[in-house]
Each structure stands twice: as structure tokens, then as C-alpha cells.
Write a protein that binds this ligand. Structure first.
Ligand code: ARG
Length: 566
């Protein structure tokens, strides 16, 4: 039984108010001591021509005998409900254990498609920490939407087109050495790219050369295309290594280049709609009435740019997927870009542009020299991941923990710790990377949550052979059990909130609270101790079992894998 729904039903019966009005009015009291649910009677005062405290008093009397409610208080104009704890615990734990990994799932997304574009690194450039932020948030959102029944497509809009590739081709032809590059592709390509800029300052004709190479590339010239493809393949090998480590995968790697032959149509549409104007030789969508700089569609030399490719990509996505939502997980510095393209799309008459959302995130600050960099000043993501794994391993070794497969465990915890850090706060907040916080096994961290799970599993292992499938949960009633089970009950709400706001931190905060409540529960409610009678043991074990399943699901939505012991 859904207790909240049940009370709403009752209130509807008794007051005759619209269901929706009651749903809106009921609230969760700020303090558990005040009850599980509160209903303010003020909206009834007018219709019933009575003072709210009196209404509350009358309703209280009519509701007192309900089995699901253990106590109703009329306080001021409020009705405060206390659920029947034994019934609530039994009902919830039973339902959660029956549902297993489906607990918290919903059908709200059924028949709807959500596109989540994330990561989107640039080829021949390092996969940097900002791309990792995007990857963490995007991967989590994709999992969250899937959990809610949406058809989700994960898209990686690779930065693989643009005038910079003319520069890279020029640099490669001048200084490139395939043998050297193969050993450490992105780093070596970056080196020659940097060299190009240094040399071009001395000799500006290099810029012309680069422009010509890009022109050739755009025209489909075989040799330059071959080189471009080589850069892309080499880069993808590195990117995929990182994605594998993170457990991330994409349904599409269509990057900017994919849209290079789809932009003429966009330019034509915008022109036909009469929204292209000329500005300093360029073709732009004027957005001055919205206090925004113009959205440049064609540069003065006729070349298309980032924005044009994005508009072509949006149109392609609309046609290919007929999406309900098209999400872009891209850093906040690109907010203006997205405002400009969304507005241009709206002016092109594309009604679906309202379903395009920029999900931005803050900056990542790496304090001092705390990150080891194999590559000079650039922080390579793979190094950060490996460093986290190494640090985790030493912590485990120093703790003297008895872990079966320390490699696998350090990897899951080390990577989990990083993902958790990105999903800990509202995504628009900046992040300061700190190993101490990230790997604090007692603080709000992935290791802390993962430890809670492992602890639960170890209790269940000790109970192997005991059958608690039909445990009498009324034997497990206690304040701490109740707090824990209430959290188990609200898992689905946390996931729905996360999707509603595109904020995985709702799930992160949820799982952290769940583990805290679980720790408290097993500290005050001994489970496998000899002095605990059999029936109570079984009831508590059923709670442990349900909790473990939910911790695993919730961490899974953050992209974090659990370990069975640590
Ligand atoms: N490649 C870009 C960068 O690294 C991010 C792409 C974002 N997505 C988009 N559709 N514009 O900054």
C-alpha cells in the first residue's frame, strides 16, 4: 500500500476537494517527530466556512480509526499523520524485496525518447577534466531516464571538425612522425599542434596553408581526409579506453564532421524564413532584441561554424529520433551558445526547439600540484583515474583489509570515488578536487557508500542458509528501522526528482542518507548476535537485504559499481 496515496484518498472522501488540490497541499513535515505527512486545512476554510483548527479537529476524529494511521494530531490548522509503523515497514520491505532491482522504477517515460548528449571531447586534444564532468553527469542522467522507462539514446558529439584540423594537417605534414605518434597519439598530436601556433606567429603564411588544408578536407580531398580519419581513429582508441574504465558507452559517436554535409539545408531554411542578415560580411541571426550577440551561421569567408553544425545536428536528431527531450550536458561557459542556437531554431519555426535543454555544469579546480601529470601542464584524465585507483589500493592495504581481488576492488572504488565527487552537489557548483575528501571512507564519499553495501552483504553472508523470505517484519519495528525503511520507500521519488531537475545529485544525496540510516540501524538493531531471537533476526535480515538492493541500484544510477566485500 502507498500510505501517502491512501491518506490522500481518505482526505478526498472526507473533504470532497479535488484530488490534485490535496496532492499539492500535503507536505512532509520538516521534522520526523511531527509526523510522516501533514495536511494544512487552510484551503478548506472558505468552502466549509469554518476556522482551520476546527476543521482539523473534525477530520482528526473521522480519521483516527484508520488501520494505516497510528496517530493523527490536529495542530493549529494542520493535520499531522503518523503512519502505522509495523504496517509500513512490513508493506514496504515486502514490496521492495519482491521488486528487487526493479524497485523504484517507473513507467513515466514509456513511449518517450530522451537524448542525452555528453562527454563530446575534441579529437587530437586531451580528454580533460571538464569532459569528465560532462561524462559523469551525462552517464548518470542516461541511467536515470532509463530507470524511469524512457527510451534513452546516449550521444557523443565529438569535436572532429573545424579549421583547427587544417592546422593539424599542416603541422603533421611538417613535423609529424607516425611512429612517435602511435606511442602516445593525443599527446604527440597536441605537441605538433602547439608547435604550429608557435611557428605561425613567426610565419603567418602557415595560417593560409592551414586554411587551404581545411578547404581540401571540406571538399573531400583523399589525402587530407585520410589524415583526418587517422587522427580520429587514434583519438577514439584513447577515449574508448577511458570510457571502458568508467563503464560508459554511447549509442552514437556522430560528431561535428557528420553534419558537414547537412548544413546547406540549414542555411537555406534560415534564409527562407528571412532570419539571416548580413553583419560584417557574415551571415547571422540577429538576436539583439533579446540582448544577445548575433548567432553566426556563415563566416565572412563562407565557412560554417560550431553553431551551424549544432543547428544541423538538432534538426537531424529531431528527424531521426523524434525526441521528447534533447539534453546537452556541456559546461556553463557555453550557455550563451546554446541560448543563441535554441533561439535561432525557434525563429526557424521549429516548435520542438522548446524540448532542447542545456544542462550546464561548473568548473573543476585542481588544487596545486595534487594531480600527477605525465604530460607537463595538461592533466590527462586517464592519469587522474589511475591515480585514484592507486591511492585507493594503498588505503586498502594500509587498513589491512582482507580483500579477495584487490585490483578489481581498487578500480571500482577509485573510479566510483571520482564519479561520486562530480555528482555530489548541484552540477552548477564548481568542484574542488581533493583526494582526502574523495577517498574518505568515513565521510560523504563513494567508498563510504560502497562500504555500507559491502557491510550489508557480509551480514547476509553470515546468515546464509537462513530463510527470511517470509519474515514477520513486525518483529523489526524500531525508530531506526522505521527511518531506514522510509528511505527505502522514497527511492523512486529521489530518482524522479533527479530526472525532473536533470540533477543526479538527488540520487547521490539519497544514497548517502540511506547508507547513514543503514549504519545507524545495524548499530542499534543487532542482527546476527546470539541474544537476538530467530524471528527478529529474520525480520532484520529482510531489511538488510532490501537495503542492499537499493544501495546497489542507486549507486548504479550514478555509474558506480558496488563490491561485495572491502
Ligand atoms: N566538443 C566541445 C568541447 O569540448 C563540446 C561539444 C558540446 N556539444 C555540442 N553539441 N555543442 O567544448
Amino acid at each position: 500500500m502507498d500510505f501517502k496515496e491512501h491518506i490522500i484518498d481518505k482526505l478526498q472522501e472526507l473533504t470532497g476537494l479535488e484530488r490534485e488540490a490535496i496532492e499539492k497541499a500535503v507536505e512532509t513535515p520538516p521534522d520526523e517527530k511531527l509526523g510522516d505527512l501533514a495536511f494544512p486545512c487552510f484551503p478548506l476554510a472558505k468552502v466549509m466556512r469554518k476556522a482551520p483548527p476546527m476543521i482539523a479537529q473534525e477530520l482528526k476524529e473521522q480519521l483516527s480509526s484508520d488501520e494505516a494511521i497510528s496517530q493523527v494530531d490536529a495542530v493549529g490548522g494542520y493535520l499531522n499523520f503518523f503512519y502505522n509503523k509495523a504496517l509500513f515497514i512490513s508493506d514496504t520491505v515486502k514490496a521492495a524485496r519482491e521488486a528487487g532491482e526493479d524497485w523504484g522504477k517507473s513507467e513515466m517515460g514509456s513511449g518517450k525518447t530522451v537524448l542525452v548528449e555528453y562527454s563530446s571531447p575534441n579529437i587530437a586534444k586531451p580528454f580533460h577534466i571538464g569532459h569528465l564532468f560532462s561524462t559523469a553527469v551525462g552517464n548518470s542522467l542516461a541511467r536515470i531516464y532509463k530507470f524511469l522507462g524512457y527510451d534513452v539514446q546516449s550521444l557523443n558529439h565529438l569535436g572532429d571538425w573545424g579549421t583547427q584540423f587544417g592546422k593539424l594537417i599542416s603541422a603533421y605534414k611538417r613535423w609529424g612522425d607516425a611512429k612517435v605518434i602511435e606511442k602516445d597519439p593525443i599527446n604527440e598530436l597536441l605537441k605538433i599542434y602547439v608547435k604550429f601556433h608557435e611557428e605561425a606567429e613567426k610565419d603567418p603564411s602557415l595560417e593560409d596553408e592551414a586554411r587551404e588544408y581545411f578547404k581540401k578536407l571540406e571538399d573531400g580531398d583523399a589525402e587530407t581526409t585520410e589524415l583526418w580519419k587517422y587522427f580520429k581513429d587514434q583519438s577514439l582508441v584513447e577515449f574508448k579506453r577511458v570510457y571502458d574504465m568508467l563503464g560508459v558507452s554511447f549509442d552514437s559517436y556522430n560528431g561535428e564532421a557528420f553534419y558537414s554535409d547537412k548544413m546547406d539545408e540549414v542555411v537555406d531554411i534560415l534564409r527562407d524564413k528571412g532570419i539571416l542578415t548580413e553583419s560584417e560580411g557574415a551571415q547571422v541571426v540577429d538576436l539583439s532584441d533579446m540582448n544577445m550577440p548575433p548567432c553566426i551561421i556563415l563566416k565572412s569567408d563562407g565557412a560554417t561554424i560550431y553553431a551551424t553544425r549544432d543547428i544541423a545536428a538538432a534538426l537531424y536528431r529531431h528527424r531521426t529520433y523524434n525526441f521528447d527531450k534533447n539534453i546537452y550536458v556541456v559546461g556553463l561557459p557555453q550557455s550563451l551558445h546554446f541560448k543563441q542556437i535554441f533561439e535561432s531554431m525557434k525563429r526557424a519555426g521549429w516548435e520542438w526547439s522548446k524540448d532542447c535543454v542545456h544542462v550546464g555544469f561548473g568548473l573543476v579546480k585542481l588544487p596545486g600540484k595534487s594531480m600527477s601529470t605525465r604530460h607537463g601542464d595538461v592533466v590527462f584524465l586517464e592519469d587522474v583515474l589511475n591515480e585514484s585507483i592507486e591511492k585507493t589500493r594503498s588505503i586498502i592495504e594500509n587498513n589491512g583489509a582482507n580483500v579477495d581481488d584487490i585490483d578489481a576492488v581498487s578500480k571500482k572504488i577509485g573510479i566510483g570515488a571520482i564519479l561520486y565527487t562530480f555528482l555530489k552537489n548541484s552540477r552548477e557548483k564548481d568542484i574542488v578536487f581533493s583526494w582526502d575528501t574523495m577517498l574518505d571512507f568515513d565521510g560523504e564519499s563513494a567508498p563510504y557508500c560502497m562500504y555500507g553495501y559491502a557491510r550489508g552483504k557480509s551480514i547476509l553472508r553470515r546468515a546464509e542458509g537462513m530463510d527470511y523470505s517470509n519474515a514477520d517484519l513486525t518483529k523489526a519495528v524500531s525508530d531506526d528501522a522505521y527511518t531506514l525503511v522510509k528511505l527505502i520507500n522514497s527511492f523512486g521519488d529521489a530518482v524522479a526528482d533527479a530526472a525532473d531537475k536533470n540533477e543526479p545529485f538527488y540520487v547521490n544525496r539519497y544514497v548517502t542518507s540511506l547508507v547513514k540510516a543503514f549504519n545507524k540501524f545495524y548499530n542499534t538493531n543487532p542482527i546476527m548476535r546470539d541474544d537476538v531471537d530467530e524471528e527478529t533476526k529474520k525480520a532484520r535480515l529482510a531489511i538488510v537485504d532490501a537495503t542492499c538492493t537499493v544501495i546497489k541500484s542507486a549507486l548504479g544510477l550514478l555509474g558506480i559499481e558496488v563490491v561485495e566485500s572491502m
